[in-house]
Design a binder for this molecule. Structure first.
Ligand SMILES: O=C(CO)COP(=O)(O)O
Length: 210
């Protein structure tokens, strides 16, 4: 796929997420791995609903700007995750409503904020480790995500939002949508007697893949 097409796909998917309410204002950022150890990242302060292909930042693996506008302040953690996890080729970071609400709860299990109660959560994401609160854009988020990049596909940033990896951009967006839906269901089910999937049921799903 040409680099121009990759830029167009990113702009279209970001707009679709924005128009369906997954992102508001200037929150959120998206990136993908290009060829030649370069990375495409959304510019800082930009609305995911109004990106332009020519404005997208192209960075080298040290974070040097090669093309486009000033990159997201979170590009440090995006690059750190790509470096640590070769299977991760795209990253979506959102402050989506239900996952961000979940990230503000005080008693989350740091190893996994969502226990499995639907198959697609298991097949797409499986678990959601929690990164402690640090200021958006801080190097500590990058350090923690780099250390834990192989622990899962998605991470909840306490009091902030979510970070989701994918094998490509479409996969990362699909994983993000599934995760946000799961968090929404979790809130709908609050106080109800939920039947969680058993370990055998979870392992059966993991062995089959998507
Ligand atoms: O979501 C954000 C910070 O976490 C937005 O930051 P940027 O505008 O720099 O991408």
């Amino acid at each position: 796929m040409s680099e121009q097409q990759q830029k167009i796909d990113l702009v279209n998917l970001a707009r679709s997420l924005f128009e369906r309410g997954y992102s508001v204002g200037g929150a959120g950022n998206i990136s993908l791995r290009l060829s030649g150890n370069r990375f495409l990242v959304t510019p800082t302060g930009s609305s995911l609903g109004r990106l332009k292909a020519e404005d997208l930042s192209v960075l080298d693996s040290d974070g040097n700007l090669l093309e486009g506008k000033k990159p997201s302040k979170e590009s440090v953690f995006h690059l750190a995750m790509y470096q640590r996890n070769p299977a991760c080729n795209a990253i979506v970071h959102l402050h989506s409503t239900y996952l961000t609400a979940l990230s503000c709860l005080d008693n989350l299990d740091p190893s996994n904020a969502i226990n499995a109660f639907t198959p697609y959560y298991v097949m797409r994401v499986g678990k959601l480790p929690v990164i402690p609160y640090y200021r958006p854009g801080s190097p500590e988020i990058a350090r923690e995500l780099s250390e834990r990049a192989l622990d899962g596909k998605a991470f909840l940033l306490a009091n902030h939002g979510v970070v989701v990896c994918g094998s490509d951009l479409f996969d990362a967006v699909d994983n993000t949508e599934e995760l946000e839906e799961t968090a929404k269901l979790m809130f709908l089910l609050k106080g109800q007697n939920v039947r969680y999937l058993t370990d055998d049921e979870v392992n059966d799903l993991k062995n089959r893949g998507k």
